[in-house]
Design a protein around this ligand. Structure first.
Ligand code: NCD
Length: 305
C-alpha cells in the first residue's frame, strides 16, 4: 500500500510521472471525470486550511469520487480526547484514502500504524508538507521549463515553514541546484533539513538576512509567512512577522526571468501590488495544486485512465 508522509517517499521518476499525468489532466480534464467513481477520500484536518483541503476535495470530485471529513479538530472526536490512532482506525473503514493535517510533527506516522487505507500527509506541524511540494514542482516545471539548474531563494520563516522543508528535500535530488536561505537569525532553517538535504549532499548554499542583497541572483524566490501558530510567545511573532516584505521596488532588482512563489496564505510578506507583476505566480501555483493532487490520488488508488 502506498502512503505519502515525506516527499522522499516518492522517487524522482515517480514525481516525473505524476507531473506528466497532471499535465495530461490540464490538457484534457474530461478524460478523468469518472476514474474514481465510487471511491471516497477522507480529509481529516486537525489544523486550519483553505487550499490544501479544498484542492484535495476538488481533485477527488473532479475524478468522479466523493469526499467526507472534518475541517477542524473541534468538530471531531479529537475534542473529546480521542487519539489520532483511534480516529484513523475508524475512518479507514469509511474511506478508500485519507488526507490528514495535524499540528503535531509525526502524527501521520501514528496514523500509519492503524490505517488500512493509504495515508497522505497534508502537513504535520513544523515538519513536512509533501503535497505542497508536488504543487511547487509542477509550478516550477511549467514556469521555468525545468527542475534542474536553478538558484532557489527561500525567504521568511525557514524554521517552522514545513513547505520549505519539503521543497528543499525534493529539490536536493535534482542537478545544478543552489539554495539561498533568507531569514532572520531566529528563524533559520533547522539542522534536520540543512544537514540532511543540503550539507550532506554537497549542495551549494548561501545564507543571508537581507533579501535586497540576493534577489538579483535568483531564478525562483519562494516567499513564506511567519508561522504565528508555532511561536511560543506573541512578542517574538510581532517582532519578526514583517521581517521581509516583497515590494515592487524590490522586484526592480530581480531578473526578468525570476518567478515568485508562495504556498499561501499570504499575510504581509508580499505587497498586493506585486500580484500583477508577470513574474508573480503564487495564484497559478495554488491552481496547480488541484491537478497534481488528482494525479496523486489516482496513483495511490492504483487507478488509470
Ligand atoms: C502552508 C502550510 O499549511 O504549511 N499552506 C498551504 O498548505 N498552502 C503554508 C502556511 O500555512 O504558511
Amino acid at each position: 500500500m502506498k502512503n505519502l508522509i515525506n516527499i522522499l517517499d516518492l522517487s524522482v521518476e515517480e514525481i516525473d510521472s505524476l507531473i506528466k499525468v497532471a499535465d495530461d489532466i490540464i490538457a484534457d480534464p474530461e478524460k478523468y471525470n469518472e476514474v474514481c467513481r465510487h471511491k471516497i477520500l477522507a480529509t481529516l484536518f486537525f489544523e486550519p486550511s483553505t487550499r490544501t483541503r479544498l484542492s484535495f476535495e476538488s481533485a477527488m470530485l473532479s475524478l468522479g469520487g466523493q469526499v467526507l471529513g472534518f475541517s477542524e479538530a473541534s468538530s471531531s472526536s479529537a475534542a473529546k480526547g480521542e487519539s489520532v490512532a483511534d480516529t484513523i482506525a475508524v475512518v479507514s473503514g469509511y474511506a478508500d484514502i485519507i488526507a490528514m493535517r495535524h499540528p503535531k510533527e509525526g502524527a501521520p506516522h501514528v496514523a500509519l500504524t492503524r490505517s488500512t487505507v493509504p495515508i497522505i500527509n497534508a502537513g504535520d506541524g513544523g515538519h513536512f508538507h509533501p503535497t505542497q511540494t508536488l504543487t511547487d514542482l509542477l509550478t516550477i516545471s511549467h514556469e521555468k521549463g525545468r527542475l534542474n539548474n536553478l538558484k532557489i531563494g527561500v525567504c521568511g520563516d525557514l524554521k517552522f515553514g514545513r513547505t520549505v522543508h519539503s521543497l528543499i528535500a525534493a529539490m536536493s535530488r535534482y542537478t545544478g541546484i543552489e539554495f539561498v536561505l533568507i531569514s532572520p537569525v531566529e528563524l533559520k532553517l533547522p539542522s534536520f533539513v540543512k544537514k540532511d538535504y543540503i550539507k550532506d549532499k554537497g549542495i551549494p548554499y548561501y545564507q543571508s538576512t537581507n533579501l535586497d542583497d540576493v534577489i538579483g541572483d535568483l531564478d525562483i524566490l519562494y516567499m513564506t509567512r511567519v508561522q504565528r501558530e508555532r511561536f511560543f510567545n506573541e512578542e517574538d511573532y510581532l517582532r519578526l512577522k514583517d521581517s521581509y516584505i516583497l515590494t515592487e521596488e524590490k522586484m526592480k532588482k530581480a531578473s526578468p526571468d525570476l518567478r515568485v512563489m508562495h504556498p499561501l496564505p499570504r499575510v504581509n510578506e508580499i505587497s498586493t501590488a506585486v500580484d500583477s507583476d508577470p513574474r508573480a505566480c503564487y495564484f497559478k501555483q495554488a491552481r496547480y495544486g488541484k491537478f497534481i493532487r488528482m494525479a496523486l490520488i489516482m496513483d495511490m488508488l492504483g487507478v488509470t485512465v
